[in-house]
Design a protein around this ligand. Structure first.
Ligand code: BV8
Length: 244
């Protein structure tokens, strides 16, 4: 891929890079994006309907089973070259913040630490009653202590994001020199506002996606391609071969 030379110069010289990722960064790892058509048993369900407290209250077993299916997919997945490129990228600027909407933990597996998980993690299970994290249960997904239904430790539509993660993400958007938005449809709030906050505060904004999104027209640079292909090439183009 040919990158705009001015982008490469800016990335080489900047002190603080912030990144927001969405489900598109995990697509090449075999984790379906949030707007991919669901397959098999789940084809007739709309994720946006299932990822809600109402759905869980109405039918906790159904919602539990949906997440158990997704946890299986995540367990079978592995970081792709895009994840590893972001782990590499983190080592170059003086400051680097990775913010993700994803719940699959693949950024951490690829080597990024301090990942801000705006929407929680499907890998963590918590009691829906007493909020404690539960690592073992026998048979029914019930809390060993209080008997409450277990749930994934993710943020559902209509639920607040973890305050600290959102605060640090907003600070990164306000303070960074460059804000990269990768593999997100830019539809879910408040995550989708972060690139616009960065732009408003004068950061150089870059979008990497296979197609345009509602954010594209606000970006300084839009790179069309798969993140698993574009990111390794970008890291090499900016910081050289010894980097990738
Ligand atoms: C909240 C966890 C306060 C669960 C998720 C303001 C305006 C309008 C609405 C709202 C608003 N403020 C709040 C809302 C309501 C709501 C919302 O945003 N609704 C939208 C849909 C209209 N937000 C909330 O409820 C949030 N809470 O604000 O609390 C509050 C409380 C009550 C009332 C009001 C406010 C909580 C939102 C979090 C929801 N939980 N996930 C789970 O995973 O099961 S969000 C879910 O969608 C995933 O986390 C996912 O990451 C996220 C966003 O989707 P994307 O990541 O963008 O994925 P998507 O599939 O959409 O797109 C993939 C993209 O990748 C595409 O663009 C595609 O082209 C691209 N792509 C594909 N392959 C590749 C690729 N790109 C590169 N390479 C590839 N290979």
């Amino acid at each position: 891929m040919i990158f705009p030379p001015e982008l490469l110069t800016i990335m080489r010289k900047c002190d603080y890079i912030a990144v927001l990722t969405g489900a598109g960064t995990s697509a090449e790892s075999g984790v379906p994006t949030f707007r991919d058509a669901q397959t098999g048993l789940w084809a007739k369900y709309d994720p946006q309907e299932l990822a809600t407290p109402e759905a869980f209250t109405h039918n906790p077993q159904l919602v539990w089973d949906w997440y158990a299916w997704r946890r299986e997919l995540v367990a079978e997945s592995a970081p792709n070259p895009g994840h590893f490129a972001l782990a590499d990228m983190a080592s170059h600027p003086a400051r680097f913040t990775l913010i993700t909407q994803n719940v699959d933990g693949l950024h951490q597996q690829a080597g990024n630490d301090g990942v801000l998980e705006l929407h929680g993690s499907i890998r963590r299970i918590r009691c829906s009653q007493d909020d404690r994290i539960v690592t073992e249960w026998s048979g029914d997904p019930r809390c060993p202590d209080c008997g409450g239904w277990l749930r994934p430790d993710v943020v559902w539509f209509g639920e607040n994001l973890p305050a600290d993660a959102l605060q640090f993400a907003s600070q990164a958007a306000r303070g960074c020199d460059i804000f990269l938005t990768i593999g997100t449809s830019g539809l879910v709030q408040p995550a989708a506002s972060l690139p616009l906050i960065a732009a408003e505060k004068g950061a150089v904004t870059v979008e990497i996606n296979v197609e345009d999104t509602p954010l594209s027209r606000f970006m300084d640079f839009t790179l069309h391609g798969k993140s698993g292909e574009v990111l390794p090439e970008l890291v090499t183009a900016v910081w050289g071969n010894d980097s990738a």
